[in-house]
Every structure is written in C-alpha cells, then in structure tokens.
Design a protein around this ligand. Structure first.
Ligand code: HEC
Ligand code: HEC
Length: 344
C-alpha cells in the first residue's frame, strides 16, 4: 500500500505537532492526493450503529429530494427547499476529485470561514449547503440526519490524516480570461454542449420516479439560491470545465477555459431563488471572494463587474486595500478544501 507509509508519516507529524503544543490541525501535514485515492466502498459498510448512520448518510446524500425534499410526506422532514441531491454537485457520492469531494473533509474542520467570519465545525458547513445549495433550512446539530451526514463524511475520510493538505479537493481553477464574460458566447456553448441534458430552458429533466432529477436544473425556482458557492462565476466555471458534460474529469476537460468562463456567466445571469440577509455574509468585506454576485463590496467596483468580470482589476484593488489595512485572507476563493487558505 502506497499510502500506508504516508499515513504513518502523517501520524508521526501530527504527534510531533501535538507535542509541540499546537492547537488544531497540523499546519505542515503531508499532502494527500485525492486524484490517486481509492474511495471506500459503500457496499462494504457493516450493520453496526456507525455503519447504519453511514448508510443513512449515503441515502441522504445521493437521494436528498426523496429523503429531505420539499415534497416528502412528513412536513417536519422537508429540510431542502429544492429537489436537488447533494450528489448532483458533489459527484459520485462526494468522491470525484475537483467536484468538491468530501474525502478528507472530516479532518479539515473546525476551520475559519470568511463567509461566517467565524470558525465553522463540519456541521455548520453542511448546513451552509442546506441553506444555499439546497435552498432550504438548517438541520439540528443533534438530529439523526445531521449525525448521518457527518458520519458519512467521517467514513469517506477514513485513512486521511486530520489537517492533511489535500490535492484534488474543492474545484480546479480555470485560467481566467482577462476580459468580461461574453454572455452571447455563453448562450451558444450552453445550447451546443449543455442543453441536451439540462434542457434548453435550463430547468433539467425530472427522474422517472420519485422527486429528484435525472438531469438537475442549472437555474430557475428549483435550483440553488444566489448565496450558494455555485452561483459564483469562477466556481461554476471551474466546476463545469473539469466535470461537465457528465463523465468528463479534470484529466481531460472538454470545454476550453474561455468556453467554461462564458457558459458559467450565462448560467449565473439567469433567475434563481434569492437568499435573505446576504449582506450578513463575509463580515470582513475584503475577505469576500471577488466573484460574489451580491454586495456590499469594499472595493468600489460595480455589482455587474463582480458578477461577470473582468476580475483582474478587482483582485488588484482588493489586495492593495488588504495590504494597507493588514487584512489577512483577502479575496480568497472560499472554495472548499482545495482553497489555499485551507493549508494556512
Ligand atoms: C450528458 C448529460 C449532461 C451534459 C451534456 C451536461 N451535464 Fe451537467 N450534469 C449532468 C448530470 C447527470 C448532473 C448531476 C450529476 C449527478 O447527480 O450524479 C449534472 C450536474 C451539473 C451541475 C451541478 C448541479 C446543478 O444543478 O447545478 C452543473 C453546474 C452542471 N451540470 C453544468 C453543466 C454545464 C455548464 C454543461 C455544459 C457545458 C453540462 N452541465 C452538460 C449531466 C450533463
Ligand atoms: C449546487 C451545488 C451543490 C449542492 C447541491 C451541494 N453542495 Fe456542498 N458544496 C458546493 C460547493 C460549490 C462547495 C465549495 C464551497 C463553496 O464555494 O461554497 C461545497 C462545499 C461543501 C462542503 C465543504 C467541503 C470542504 O472541502 O470544505 C460540505 C461538507 C458540503 N458542501 C456538503 C454538502 C451536503 C451535505 C449537501 C447536501 C445536503 C451539499 N453539500 C449540496 C456545492 C453544492
């Protein structure tokens, strides 16, 4: 086993760090390359209490609409506000590299997050996706559902040392064109490369049975809301280029950087549910990702430019203001474990 040596090395490093009296995840831990990592097999999960929670978590993750969606019979269980599943974005049960995989995510929390301006535990982060990507409401910390989600992430992370620097986490950035996105070109890319599955109207195609989707919507009333990570242009472009059309991986992208940039802008330019109180996000305004599609901003650039670029001038200004005011972590991408601030 190639990784057993890495793991014992990591364990040694962790011990050394702990002995040196540092709190929290080790900062100089080993890299774990998720693109080479074999995810655990759900079929091998046993029927003990932890295994039961893992299996339930897997069901919630892959069949969210039928488990927690807006049409489930028991109104108390209607936590998600749309009929997406977690897996619609976190592909292959959260194991696809650069599709925000959750392998190793267990050991990355607690962690400072700019969006909250506070230290998040894993459960806060799961609720972040519940309230935004699923356009729904938070699960109670002590609920069986939340325990199932966190047990599932724990199980996906088995063998990966806490605080490891993860390669293949989050999304893989595109080389960003030094121009505003071209919505006309984006529309063209969409109809040629995406519409066959997601529909010419972007509303997706429902599953043959049950509440979920065969092809999820990319906008409209049953999509993620404007506070979700996927509603930022650079995140959506990175995701689309390295994962879409479905079956594509980062290793052989189909879209060019330019196509991904423009088609992501086209998607972001459409209507979707709006989250309330978004002005409370990123209380330290210079830590707001530059492509956040809602204000207020600290840099004086327009909403339009924050949505559609060009981003270079905004980034330069944010870094300049951050240097003057000595604000750490300015203008980060806030993109999951692959985020550079994860390793700090
Ligand atoms: C061959 C069918 C197919 C094509 C073509 C395709 N997708 Fe997808 N897409 C899917 C499926 C299926 C999923 C959900 C994956 C899952 O649940 O396992 C998905 C998920 C997504 C998601 C995340 C979920 C959501 O609702 O937002 C985005 C974003 C996305 N696709 C964008 C695109 C873009 C942009 C294109 C064109 C460049 C595209 N897709 C082309 C099948 C396709
Ligand atoms: C519309 C796409 C989408 C859906 C659906 C979605 N997520 Fe996410 N999730 C993201 C994105 C994008 C990120 C990366 C951070 C960001 O930019 O917000 C993320 C990040 C996360 C993280 C943090 C990962 C890390 O490495 O730090 C967790 C945990 C998570 N999601 C759990 C869930 C769960 C559980 C569900 C279902 C209840 C879910 N997500 C549904 C898009 C989605």
């Amino acid at each position: 086993m190639k990784y057993s040596r890495l793991i014992s090395l990591a364990a040694t490093l962790c011990t050394v760090t702990l002995m040196a009296g540092h709190a929290g995840p080790a900062t100089k831990s080993v890299d774990i390359d998720l693109t080479q990592w074999t995810p655990p097999d759900i079929a091998a999960v046993t029927d003990d209490p932890f295994g039961k929670l893992v299996n339930y978590g897997y069901a919630l993750f892959t069949d969210t609409a039928n488990e927690l969606g807006p049409t489930v019979t028991d109104p108390v269980r209607r936590f998600a506000g749309n009929n997406l599943s977690c897996q619609n974005c976190h592909l292959k049960g959260g194991s696809q590299p650069y599709a925000m995989p959750l392998m190793g995510a267990w050991g990355q929390f607690p962690r400072y997050r700019a969006r909250e301006g506070a230290v998040d535990i894993l459960e806060d982060r799961i609720n972040g996706c519940m309230e935004r990507s699923m356009n729904g409401r938070a699960l109670a910390l002590a609920s069986r559902e939340m325990k199932a989600f966190s047990s599932y992430v724990r199980w996906l992370s088995l063998g990966i040392p806490d605080g490891a620097k993860l390669v293949g986490a989050g999304t893989l950035r595109i080389r960003e064109p030094a121009r505003a996105a071209d919505l006309g070109h984006g529309a063209q890319v969409f109809s040629q490369t995406c519409a066959a599955c997601h529909g010419a109207n972007g509303l997706g195609q429902r599953a043959q049975t049950g509440a979920g989707y065969r092809f999820p919507p990319l906008w409209g009333p049953d999509s993620y809301n404007n506070g979700a990570g996927m509603s930022r242009l650079l995140t959506a472009a990175a995701y689309a280029r390295h994962n879409m059309p479905i079956g594509t991986t980062y290793a052989a992208p189909l879209l060019t950087d330019e196509e991904a940039y423009d088609v992501a802008a086209y998607i972001i330019g459409q209507q979707r549910p709006e989250k309330a109180n978004l002005d409370e996000d990123f209380p330290i305004r210079l830590q707001k990702p530059i492509d956040t599609p809602y204000g207020p901003y600290a840099d004086g650039f327009s909403l339009e430019q924050h949505k559609f670029g060009p981003f270079g001038p905004i980034r330069a200004k944010v870094l300049e203001l951050a240097a003057t005011s000595q604000t750490p972590r300015a203008g980060g991408s806030d993109n999951g474990s692959g985020d550079s601030d994860r390793a700090q």
